[in-house]
Design a protein around this ligand. Sequence first.
Ligand SMILES: C[S@@+](CC[C@H](N)C(=O)[O-])C[C@H]1O[C@@H](n2cnc3c(N)ncnc32)[C@H](O)[C@@H]1O
Length: 243
Amino acid sequence: MVDRFAPNFFLLLIKRNKKEVPGKLFIFAKKMQLALRELWAYAEAHSTEEQQVLKDLIRETHLTRMMPQMLCGRIIGNLLGLLSTLQRPRVIVEIGTFTGYSTIQLAKGLGADGELHTYELNEEMDDIHQQFFERAGIADRVKVYYGSALDLLGDLHVGVDLVFIDADKRQYPDYYKLIAPKLNEGALLIADNVLWDGKVIEEEANDPETLGVRRFNELVAQDEAMEKVLLPMMDGIMLARKC
Ligand SMILES: C[S@@+](CC[C@H](N)C(=O)[O-])C[C@H]1O[C@@H](n2cnc3c(N)ncnc32)[C@H](O)[C@@H]1O
């Protein structure tokens, strides 16, 4: 978990200072990592405890799915829940459901007539979604679309009050181009991993994921219709509001 809190910044530090005494730098980076681990535990201990259904979902995800580290976790999850509660959205869109942890958190601000449209490429998540959305009491308001959000978002004909982007980093700019015109005035946009392990500032990092995240950040930054802040916490969170 600590790598999500301090996403490889210490590796970035080592890479950038290759010529300096490598041993000393490594020890410093390790100490920094340990300190961050403690800070992480402290932050979790002072954040709302997850509902039992979310704890069970984390366990189930670790037991039965590949790459459980894709779960956004308690800190980001709580942030999503809190922002949703403050926003009181009628329509929520989520791009990248995975096992549905962030979906359950996002649904916290949804009223009885609300809709949450969530997009997941991998339809093998179907069983876990059904079971846990039912248990969380949100199954009647959540519609899961299996397939690529790039192919499916065009069919969504409803104004959106909150969107959470957390899928393929290469496709972030395209998700943005598809969702931005659907945002209602005052809508909130949240996107995870927008610092991408710090690679966004590494000139030599030109892999498709880094390029995608950089382009997305540029698009949001240049969009005058959006009021935004890129939060340098964890792996970077873009928070923007349609003016
Ligand atoms: C980081 S995980 C999402 C984690 C989830 N938001 C959570 O916090 O529990 C990214 C998910 O996006 C899905 N994905 C990747 N490309 C996609 C696409 N084009 N459309 C929809 N989902 C996609 C992946 O299958 C994966 O489950």
